[in-house]
Design a protein around this ligand. Structure first.
Ligand SMILES: C[S@@+](CC[C@H](N)C(=O)[O-])C[C@H]1O[C@@H](n2cnc3c(N)ncnc32)[C@H](O)[C@@H]1O
Length: 271
């Protein structure tokens, strides 16, 4: 089936959000610090390890904040995103910092055709795969741009957390573990998550939930070996209002609350 109208709605929404995020009125994206040359990559995303001298593809790179941090760490990096507004902000950030980062516009599923050559690392983090209808096809796309021996680093919200919602002042089951490709979760949100109240006109978005087993089995079927898998008690944003922001950038459950898994990260190697 075609998802063109889903992608078109999501793109219109992301283009507006990218402009709001690039203005960074709330400081959520730490653009002022990054422009001073500060590497703000969060510790979980830093699980990608040493990238010096490596060719890295950053899929769904958004406004390029993590892309330029990886470039500061010595990666030869290419970001890919379908939002021209996000890439315009990303290119200007890299140019201001005189960093060698390339940015390519397009759909993740077209990455093999759009990106030149093979990569040592593919980096995908925080709110990326929920915009993609077919997780097995995504895993094959990742494998197609990796060198043999190259590694995927993925950090995402935990599917257990994504299944939950905030109802009547408490956490309750909210979503099915898997979203049928033809019936995405449709949502209309008037603002974005960067703690500003700027209104968005293209409010409609479409998302898909992916079970952890479908993510892992998709990678294995695409020829990747899972080297490491971690579950974390923190997340860089707050899906529920009872989460507490720590002295670092992460939100966690308050003391006394069951420590549910909020995020996961993994490293997988192409055979
Ligand atoms: C929440 S952001 C991901 C955060 C990002 N990893 C970062 O480093 O800041 C989601 C990004 O995915 C992009 N996106 C969503 N669907 C896409 C698709 N099908 N192909 C390419 N980019 C997509 C959006 O434009 C947006 O920039």
């Amino acid at each position: 089936m075609t998802h063109d109208h889903h992608y078109a709605a999501n793109l219109a929404n992301w283009d507006e959000r990218a402009a709001i995020h690039a203005a960074d009125e709330s400081g959520f994206y730490k653009l002022a610090q990054i422009r001073k040359g500060q590497d703000i990559l969060d510790p979980i995303a830093g699980g990608i390890g040493d990238v010096r001298g490596l060719r890295v593809a950053h899929l769904q790179c958004h406004i390029g904040t993590d892309t330029v941090c990886l470039a500061m760490r010595g990666a030869s990096i290419t970001g890919l995103d379908f939002s021209p507004t996000a890439l315009c902000a990303a290119r200007s950030l890299a140019a201001d910092l005189q960093l060698d980062a390339q940015f390519v516009e397009g759909n993740v599923y077209d990455a093999r055709a759009l990106l030149e050559g093979e990569f040592d690392r593919v980096f995908v983090t925080w709110g990326a795969i929920n915009w993609l209808p077919d997780i097995a096809r995504w895993a094959k796309t990742v494998a197609s741009i990796l060198k043999p021996g190259g590694k995927l680093f993925l950090a995402e919200a935990h599917p257990t957390t994504l299944c939950l919602d905030w109802v009547d002042g408490r956490i309750a089951p909210g979503f099915d573990l898997r979203t049928p490709q033809a019936q995405p979760i449709a949502e209309d949100l008037a603002t974005t998550y960067n703690e500003t109240q700027t209104e968005i006109r293209s409010t409609r978005t479409y998302e898909w939930m992916h079970a952890l087993s479908d993510i892992l089995n998709g990678l294995v079927a695409a020829g990747l070996r899972i080297d490491r898998f971690d579950e974390h008690e923190e997340l860089p944003w707050a899906p529920f209002p009872n989460l507490v922001k720590g002295p670092d950038i992460y939100y966690r459950f308050p003391p006394g609350h069951p420590r549910l898994p909020l995020s996961f990260s993994l490293i997988a190697t192409k055979g």
